[in-house]
Design a binder for this molecule. Structure first.
Ligand code: AMP
Length: 225
């Protein structure tokens, strides 16, 4: 399985990636997680990325392509991958195609997870993660267990999940990432699912979309709007 999960912030890419890795035994590659780990570790990459992330903007394409090249070279990615949060611009998509061509492992599908914008803000602002194990909850839709998560539970909100930054991230998605829908539709790789449902149902729709025969990708005019 070599796929991209495409969708606005809060559309459930991370949650669904987690569910797919269990079922398919391939790694989730989340560029947001890789950047957050670099910020936490205080590496030069983390120092470079922190202010950009906190402002809801995108880290530059050359840096992101470098990160992906390095990650895809790791042995666990040989059996496949689920890309979550990458690519986010046309330049990243083109770079990814070149990189995968070099490796002889082209993408099999790109799934657009469609959720109404109004609902995204609520989803994102409700998101909390456990500082101990990293598990993500949602105080509105998927609350943590009554006793909390882990032994010393500390649920925190990502700095860029604050409401003022969320609006910026959605605008950036519209301007820079949404064009990827037409880009991948033109290549016959795009599938679209309605991701406004409980996680179990969304996984079901995702698996059904992935089971479609390749070459049956959606036409551009069906996916715009
Ligand atoms: P995410 O966890 O995917 O929402 O990413 C969090 C933040 O990390 C984004 O708002 C960006 O600042 C940065 N980021 C993650 N992935 C990328 C990417 N592919 N290109 C540029 N910036 C990224």
């Amino acid at each position: 399985m070599r796929i991209v999960l495409l969708g606005a912030p809060g559309s459930g890419k991370g949650t669904q990636s987690q569910r797919l890795i269990e079922r398919h035994g391939v790694p989730q590659i989340s560029t947001g997680d890789l950047l957050r780990a670099a910020v936490k570790a205080g590496t030069p990459l983390g120092v470079h990325a922190k202010a950009i992330m906190d402002a809801g903007k995108l880290v530059d394409d050359a840096t992101m392509l470098g990160i992906i090249r390095e990650r895809l070279a790791k042995p666990d990615a040989r059996k496949g991958f689920i890309l979550d949060g990458f690519p986010r611009t046309i330049a990243q998509a083109e770079g990814l195609t070149r990189l995968l061509d070099e490796l002889g492992t082209p993408l099999e599908a790109v799934v657009l997870m469609d959720v109404d914008y109004g609902k995204l803000v609520r989803r994102i602002s409700g998101r909390r993660s456990c500082t101990h194990c990293g598990r993500v909850f949602n105080i509105h839709t998927a609350p943590p267990p009554a006793g909390g998560c882990c032994e010393a539970p500390h649920l925190v909100q990502r700095p860029d999940d604050k409401e003022e930054t969320v609006a910026k991230r959605l605008a950036v998605y519209d301007e820079q990432t949404k064009p990827l829908v037409a880009h991948y539709a033109a290549q016959g790789l795009l599938r679209m699912i309605d991701a406004d449902a409980d996680p179990e149902e969304v996984t079901h729709r995702l698996e059904a979309a992935l089971a479609e025969r390749s070459g049956e990708g959606m036409r551009v005019e069906e996916t715009q709007g």
